[in-house]
Design a protein around this ligand. Structure first.
Ligand SMILES: C[S@@+](CC[C@H](N)C(=O)[O-])C[C@H]1O[C@@H](n2cnc3c(N)ncnc32)[C@H](O)[C@@H]1O
Length: 271
């Protein structure tokens, strides 16, 4: 059967299951099975019998809302391809905005020291390390399961992994940049089925989603040098973060995500 028809049928199946981007998922899974870039798919005539069986199996799992990244074992993040699977949070496109902001914030800073608090797969730490080979980058994570993925992704990279709780671990002082995508979703919030495949401690943070953010701000304030920058992600219901930041920080700015919702806040450590 021509690949165009197989893609159309797979996309229809995924649309029926309520997926938000069925055609893209059908193409990405076909490209994964064939071991070719998505852009080369239409140059392929057909799948072999075993490729077709594997493809249908993956489409079936995706229709049951297994995250695409768990099926391929990879999550793209800026120029990186991170290894992901059960036990680690899948990096999201909106966090790429925070990574880009952080990299831009280091402009003019030579040999910067950067800390990624709540590092998960290492997305933010590795993106900064890739953009700034002169940086010393530390990635802090406490979940044993997530740490396995963090070590896998940072292996051979210049990122230093620090195992433990962001409120307790020893870290260098006079840091130039702190980035963080902590758990921040209010418990009981209505989330997409795929989010339930992420570890709960990576996503949810108490009734208002603010269980960790005040401690994160406090830790960042103590790590940063005067003039150092903080950027962290939060829920779009967290509108009064300035109250938590003002004692230590100035130039507090709220940034929106791709859907136009307030998604991350940045600030400069006061002198
Ligand atoms: C939302 S995930 C973010 C992962 C990664 N930064 C990203 O953007 O893809 C939050 C991560 O914080 C970790 N975490 C939660 N509480 C923590 C704490 N108190 N200390 C260290 N890590 C923590 C979780 O295990 C999880 O890996």
């Amino acid at each position: 059967m021509p690949i165009t028809i197989q893609l159309r049928e797979a996309a229809a199946r995924l649309a029926q299951a309520g997926l938000p981007s069925p055609r893209a998922d059908a193409e990405l899974l076909a490209a994964f099975v064939l071991g070719v870039p998505r852009s080369r798919l239409l140059s392929i005539d057909d799948l072999t019998v075993s490729q077709r069986a594997r493809y249908l199996e993956l489409i079936d799992k995706r229709a049951q809302r297994v995250p695409l990244q768990h099926l391929t074992g990879e999550a793209p993040f800026l120029e990186l391809n991170l290894k992901v699977g059960s036990g680690v949070f899948i990096p999201r496109p909106e966090t790429e905005l925070l990574a880009r902001w952080g990299i831009a914030a280091l402009t003019g800073c030579n040999g910067p020291t950067v800390v990624d608090l709540c590092s998960g797969s290492g997305a933010l730490a590795l993106a900064v390390a890739a953009a700034r080979p002169d940086a010393q980058v530390y990635a802090v994570e406490r979940s044993e399961e997530a740490l396995k993925w963090l070590h896998l992704n940072t292996y051979g990279s210049p990122v230093t992994v620090i195992e433990g709780d962001i409120r307790e671990v020893e870290l260098p002082l006079n840091v130039d940049l702190v980035l963080s995508n902590p758990p921040y979703v209010p418990a009981g919030a209505d989330v997409a089925p795929e989010v339930l495949a992420d570890p709960p401690e990576a996503v949810f943070a108490g009734a208002d989603g603010l269980d960790l953010i005040p401690a994160l701000i406090d830790r960042a304030a103590r790590l940063l040098r005067p003039g150092g920058r903080l950027g962290f992600e939060h829920d779009d219901s967290h509108l009064s973060l300035s109250d938590l930041l003002e004692a230590w920080f100035e130039s507090i700015e709220s940034h929106r995500d791709l859907a136009g919702r307030p998604r991350f806040t940045t600030a400069i450590r006061k002198a």
